[in-house]
Every structure is written in C-alpha cells, then in structure tokens.
Design a protein around this ligand. Structure first.
Ligand SMILES: Nc1ncnc2c1ncn2[C@@H]1O[C@H](COP(=O)(O)OP(=O)(O)OP(=O)(O)O)[C@@H](O)[C@H]1O
Ligand SMILES: [Mg+2]
Length: 264
C-alpha cells in the first residue's frame, strides 16, 4: 500500500484574472522508503505540494490518503496531530531556536511528541557529523552545521515522512553534498520516506525517483530511472562500505580494550 496517495489535488489562489493554479489536478502515489526529488521552475507548486503533504495547507479539491486513511484536512487540531505524529519538516532557513543549543533544539522536538531520549538525540547529532558541537548555540555554528542540526531535529521523533524544502538552498556545493549525505544515510537506515524540493539537478543523484512540476501539474515522473538506480546503488554501496569500515574500527578498538584489561 502506498504511504502517500494523492488524487486530483487542486489548490488555487485568487480568482478570475488573478487566478493561479498552484496545484492543478495532481495525482501521485509514493511507496514507503522512496526518496523523491521534487523539481520545477519557481512558482510551479513545489512548496504548495510539500505543504499539502505536511497538512500545513488544505487543497481545494482532491483526496490525500496516508497509509490508506484519509488525512483530516481542514480540521486544524487533527492536522496538527497528524503532522506531529508523522511528519519531519526541514526548512531552507533552519528555523532553529536561537536561545537553545543544538542538543536542546533536538530535545525540544522529542518533548513535543512526548518521547524525550537524550541518548538518541546525541546519537542523531553524531550521525550528522556534529559530535562535540551539541552545546553550541545556532549563532556559533556555520550554515551547514545549522542545517545538520535541523536535520537531526526533523529525524528526532522518527517521523514516517521527511520533507525538505530547498534544504540546501543557501549552502555551497560541498556543504550541500555533506548535508544531503547525512540526511539520506539516516533516512535509508530508518527506511523513512523522503521528499525533497530542489533547484539543483545534481542533487537528484540522492533520489530514487524524480518528479517534475510545471504550472501546478506533474510533467515528468521518473520512477526508478536507470540514472537514479545507478546513483542510488553507488551511494548505498558506499554507505555500506563506510559502515562496515566503521564497524571493523569499533571492533578493533573493543578488542584492544579487552586485550588491555586482560594484560593490566
Ligand atoms: N499565499 C499565496 N497567495 C497567492 N498566491 C500564492 C500563495 N502561495 C503561493 N502562491 C502562488 O502559487 C504558485 C505556486 O507557489 P509555490 O510556492 O508552491 O511555488 P514553488 O514551486 O515552491 O516556487 P519556488 O521555487 O519559487 O519556491 C505561485 O504562482 C505562487 O505565486
Ligand atoms: Mg517554494
């Protein structure tokens, strides 16, 4: 069963000569674990679509089924609960709380979903390469580091779906790659469904599927295209090797520890 099933979604703004069809009869089915890159020109409806999936916006027409159940669009409280239980959203400009440290930003999300777990929060920060920076405030971190805190925060409540709207939009190429690798690795490990909006074609290498929008319509849907399969396989293979090397290193240091205790 599809985790996300959108049927004939429409979202219009204005009327008559000012009418804009931000979404124009969009139908998409997304399976659990897919990593979708959403592309399209400015104004094509990408953010509107992402906000609809996050239940931040209500379509004019159409249905949205999440794991076969209709999402309570239009019911503010139920939408909030749905979002809290299922969605991790990463914004372009981090949206971190300036008065909280990296660790506290992550803990806050866990608190909101009633699942505070400091060890997991630290592990997440470690997994995005921020070990040792847990107690820094956002103002004491670089853009790439802040965005990685935002990723750890979005992942903190183990959401079913991760949504990212131009999450690397204001980062340089090298930092974008680092941020995307950190995100995709964790999403793959935890089998989270991921949808990210980007203007950067090169980031489609992280996706298993590429959907293109234009004027509120899906104009291309490259599901499991050869290019993405090759890229994903290469990326996954690299991650597996990296994990294995990490595991061997950990084992070696454990063996050393054991040997040391025996000797001492
Ligand atoms: N609150 C609003 N009021 C009126 N029009 C809106 C509103 N929000 C979005 N739109 C219009 O809907 C269309 C789709 O907007 P959307 O933000 O989804 O585009 P986008 O693909 O995310 O663009 P960008 O790449 O520039 O972020 C645009 O034409 C936009 O002007
Ligand atoms: Mg947008």
């Amino acid at each position: 069963m599809a985790i996300i099933l959108l049927e004939d979604l429409s979202r219009h703004y204005g009327e008559d000569e000012t009418l804009v069809k931000a979404l124009d009869s969009v139908s998409i089915s997304i399976e659990k674990g897919e990593i979708v890159a959403l592309l399209g020109p400015s104004g094509s409806g990408k953010t509107t679509l992402l906000n609809t999936i996050a239940a931040l916006d209500v379509p004019l027409e159409g249905t949205y089924l999440f794991e076969g159940e209709e999402v309570p669009l239009g019911h503010v409280e139920k939408m909030t609960t749905f979002r809290r239980e299922n969605i991790g959203y990463i914004f372009q400009f981090f949206n971190l709380l300036a008065d909280l440290t990296a660790l506290e930003n992550v803990l806050l999300v866990q608190d909101l979903s009633g699942s505070r777990n400091k060890d997991k929060a630290l592990e997440l920060l470690d997994s995005v390469g921020l070990k040792g920076l847990e107690d820094r405030f956002p103002s004491q971190m670089s853009g790439g580091q802040r965005q990685r805190v935002a990723i750890a925060r979005a992942l903190a409540k183990s959401p079913r779906i991760i949504l990212g709207d131009e999450l690397t939009g204001n980062l340089d190429t090298e930092t974008s790659t680092m941020v995307m690798e950190a995100l995709i690795k964790t999403c793959r490990k935890e089998k989270m469904t991921t949808i990210f909006v980007t203007h950067d074609e090169s980031l489609t290498r992280f996706a298993t599927r590429i959907i293109r929008l234009d004027s509120g319509k899906v104009v291309d849907d490259e599901k499991g295209g050869l290019k993405s399969i090759v890229n994903t396989t290469k990326f996954v293979a690299e991650s597996v090797v990296e994990e294995a090397v990490g595991g061997v290193k950990k084992m070696t240091s454990k063996i050393k520890d054991i040997a040391r205790t025996i000797v001492e």
